[in-house]
Design a binder for this molecule. Structure first.
Ligand SMILES: [Zn+2]
Length: 418
């Protein structure tokens, strides 16, 4: 599909075979508007897993399943004693999700294995294609939990006890679809990990680039706040006598957003959920609940943003005479990916003449947890208007293929390093 320098022979992936695999997989749980709805550990997820296993076994791979349903397809190397090079992503989707989020990383991995199989090439190290269970977290919170258990971030018991909206536990759902495997948590082991994923943001498309060489993941901090004032009559209570919880919340939303806009263009501040319990049009709200999501690519600047948040929050409470109760519910540190992996991804993109840039991921991925135990990095490809977690999610066959080609290069390069 591309020209390479004479010194580097290219093993070319097959764009149309990759696209066909994506479209066949998308039939499982196809939604009305052309997306995919394959919640984790459902009958549809089971079908997707069975198809994945069939495709891997057809080309001579051996698939093992661990105790929490993670799937590992192994292609033997010349040196079975060496740790494999791993790559993959997730086949589960949001309830009304797209055809590419996660699925591309798994099926591009399959395309790498098919390409090697077709050319009868055996790498030195074995290869390991992974489908991580429940990346999305939309049925069983939190997200990325199975790669988290694999990496030792959560316990086995913790994941088994998570429940969905209907009170079904992860353990029950896993057994129901028959994917509680024999492999111990943390098995099989591997030497390093690569994850190809759609960007889920607009930057690559805006800048007309092919590849994001992902150097790390933004840090994130989540807060839940309750503002408590006094619910009062809209007609009889003068403004100067009020302790309006919604006014305090509004003050925080606007003042912190303005602060970030003027002080730090890279800061991200989001107030995604606002609840006014027992709201009424003629009552000034006595209680308001608000969620805050702070993100930054630099730990130092994330700290500074958090201090600004504390200041603005206190000021909002004082201004309106409202009590504040806040809890930090998630603190995900800034992640730096492995330099050696990053250099390989960049070298491949450059060798093919693909437009690329180094960038941080704004979203969490399985690679975040895996990066804590193994050298890891990610490859991004553009997606239309940055739309994701949406049925309209789209990356073109060419865009997918370029990402798969880079994945193929880096996997083969590292699999031949002994
Ligand atoms: Zn994903």
């Amino acid at each position: 599909m591309t020209t390479m320098t004479a010194t580097q022979a290219t093993l070319e992936i097959d764009q149309s075979r990759l696209w066909d695999a994506l479209m066949v997989m998308a039939e499982i749980g196809k939604t009305e508007r052309g997306g995919s709805g394959r919640l984790t550990l459902t009958e549809l997820d089971k079908q997707a897993r069975q198809l994945f296993i069939r495709w891997c076994e057809e080309i001579g791979c051996t698939v093992t399943v661990d105790r929490i349903g993670n799937l590992f397809a192994r292609r033997e190397g010349k040196r079975p004693d060496l740790e494999p090079i791993a790559f993959g992503s997730h086949l589960d989707t949001q309830p009304k999700g797209g055809r590419f989020d996660g699925v591309l990383g798994v099926l591009a991995g399959l395309e790498v294995l098919r390409t090697l199989h077709e050319h009868d090439i055996v790498t030195e190290r074995p290869l390991l294609l992974v489908n991580w269970t429940n990346e999305e977290g939309s049925r069983f919170a939190p997200a990325m939990v199975a790669s988290g258990v694999y990496a030792g971030e959560f316990t086995h018991d913790y994941i088994l006890s998570r429940t969905d909206r209907d009170g079904v536990t992860f353990a029950e759902a896993l057994r129901k679809i028959g994917f509680e495997g024999d492999a111990a948590i943390g098995e099989p082991s591997f030497a390093r990990f690569f994850e190809l994923h759609i960007e889920q943001g607009p930057v690559l498309e805006e800048e007309a680039l092919d590849i994001g060489v992902v150097t790390g993941v933004q840090g994130m901090r989540w807060y839940d706040i309750t503002f408590t004032g006094q619910a009062v009559h809209a007609g009889t209570t003068p403004l100067s006598y009020r302790n309006d919880a919604l006014c305090a919340a509004s003050r925080l939303i606007d003042s912190l957003t303005q602060h970030a806009l003027t002080h730090d263009p890279d800061a991200k501040v989001t107030f995604g959920e606002l609840t006014i319990p027992s709201s009424s049009r003629n009552v000034a709200p006595g209680e308001v609940r608000l969620t805050v999501d702070l993100r930054h690519t630099s730990t130092e600047k994330l700290d500074a943003l958090e201090i600004a948040y504390f200041d603005k929050l206190a000021e909002a409470g004082e201004t309106y005479g409202v009590m504040i109760d806040q809890t930090c519910i998630w603190d995900s540190p800034v992640v730096a990916f492995n330099d050696d992996n990053i250099a390989s991804v960049e070298a491949s993109a450059k060798a093919h003449g693909f437009g690329y840039k180094k960038m941080m991921s704004g979203a969490g991925h399985d690679a975040v947890y895996i990066s804590k135990i193994k050298p890891t990095s990610m490859i991004f490809v553009p997606c239309l208007k940055g739309i994701s977690h949406n049925e309209a999610e789209y990356s073109s066959p060419e865009q997918c293929a370029k990402g798969a080609q880079v994945l193929c290069d880096v996997v083969v390069e590292h699999a031949n390093r002994v």
